[in-house]
Design a protein around this ligand. Structure first.
Ligand code: LMR
Length: 390
């Protein structure tokens, strides 16, 4: 029976990690998968995380099961980080821990499906795994154009919301759009929140990069605005990037219910979906995040480290923007975009030539991880773009 399974292509982005590792050229540049890198090209463990892990090793007295909702201390400690202090609808919000942001998306979409959603409206392009999750859950996808001429395509979004059917939900990136880096402005979010409310359309918000764009508060503007406006919403959250905990898989899903009394029943559905999918999320990374957030000193250290990451990425973006037009690529818009990613308008031949002739690795879509650029390699990168796209 198993022999009938047709071979599946490897995930293109994850396959790139192996191709890069096998390349022996000393000046190779990895702009593939979305992990932060320092100016030395490293992805170190945060000092605050190391301190929390040491505390965890010293103090944790049991690794007995916690339950499908995971570490609820972690889920609670994150609430003021995501929603801010004094967030009016907080009594209508509950959450649970998930394996990474992907687990959060999976659970949010699974809950939406259980509640009757049949299609998810989402911008194109999007993180490829979004569509894969919808497909796996047998949900339809309705695409709208995310960006036009280096800015968000608000007309396309307005039309998509206007055309939504009663059993649709809409997936929106909270900040640091993956793959384009092109985000909604505060004025856009104000309009989006009002449109969603008027239409009665269920938002599924994906906040995977809070703090990597313009700041912790700034990057949360959209999700806060939407969740303060609509009656119901789902939010998938990731700590993989902003705590650098990638492989520990630290995430959460939050539910905004129309009334507080509905939360226990909704969350019991979340718990049963989690039980069937992964039973319980891994504890270690979430426990470390909780320890950081419960301690003022460690929180300050973490925020400081996050600040340094953001500042470095802004410097890289400034340098790209200052290079102007290289070959056929106008680099200036990258300066004001946000987060780890930017899209280069290159053909597949040009992307292949960057890999073969210049040892520069990027996703086949033309997405680059800007954190892969350093003072040591950015000039080579800019020259190579000029060379391949001339
Ligand atoms: C990315 O898009 O590079 C990251 O979100 C990693 C992943 O899981 O794809």
């Amino acid at each position: 029976m198993l022999a009938t399974l047709p071979a599946q292509p490897a995930d293109a982005l994850l396959a790139l990690i192996k191709l890069y590792a096998a390349d022996e050229r000393a000046d190779k540049i990895d702009l593939g998968v979305g992990v932060y890198r320092t100016g030395q090209g490293e992805t170190p463990v945060f000092g605050a995380v190391k301190a929390a892990e040491q505390k965890l090793v010293a103090e944790q007295d049991s690794k007995a099961y916690l339950g499908p909702e995971g570490d609820m201390g972690f889920v609670e400690a994150l609430k003021p980080v995501i929603f801010g202090k004094g967030f009016a609808p907080i009594a209508r919000i509950d959450g649970m821990q998930t394996p990474g942001g992907t687990g959060g998306v999976r659970l949010a979409v699974g809950l939406a499906k259980k509640a009757g959603v049949t299609r998810v409206i989402m911008g194109s392009p999007s993180w490829p795994n979004h569509a894969q999750i919808m497909k796996d859950l047998d949900l339809g996808v309705v695409a709208f154009n995310h960006a036009k001429d280096g800015a968000v395509d608000m007309d396309a979004l307005r039309a998509a919301i206007a055309d939504a059917a009663p059993t649709d939900a809409i997936l929106l990136h909270g900040c640091c759009h993956n793959p384009t880096g092109i985000d909604y402005s505060e004025a856009d979010w104000d309009e989006i929140a009002a449109l969603l409310k008027d239409k009665g359309l269920l938002p599924i918000l994906d906040l995977a990069y809070q703090g990597l764009g313009y700041g912790m508060e700034e990057d949360a503007y959209g999700v806060r605005k939407v969740m303060a406006t609509v009656p119901e919403a789902l939010l998938a959250y990731s700590c993989d990037k902003n705590f650098g905990l990638y492989r520990d898989r630290v995430g959460a899903v939050y539910v905004l219910a129309a009334s507080k009394d509905q939360l226990p029943a909704i969350m019991s559905n979340g718990a049963s979906l989690a039980r069937a999918n992964w039973s319980m999320p891994p504890d270690h990374g979430a426990a470390a995040v909780r320890l950081i957030l419960e301690d003022e000193g460690m929180t300050a250290q973490w925020l400081d480290e996050l600040d340094q990451m953001r500042t470095r990425m802004r410097q890289v973006r400034d340098k790209l923007a200052a290079s102007g037009t290289q070959g056929s690529v106008d680099m200036t818009p990258y300066g004001t975009q946000s987060g780890l990613f930017a899209m280069l308008p290159l053909t597949s031949e040009q992307i292949l030539s960057l890999r073969n002739d210049h040892a520069i690795y990027m996703a086949g879509s033309g997405r680059i991880n800007v954190a892969g650029l350093t003072t040591g390699n950015i000039d080579k990168f800019i020259d190579a773009i000029a060379a391949v796209s001339a």
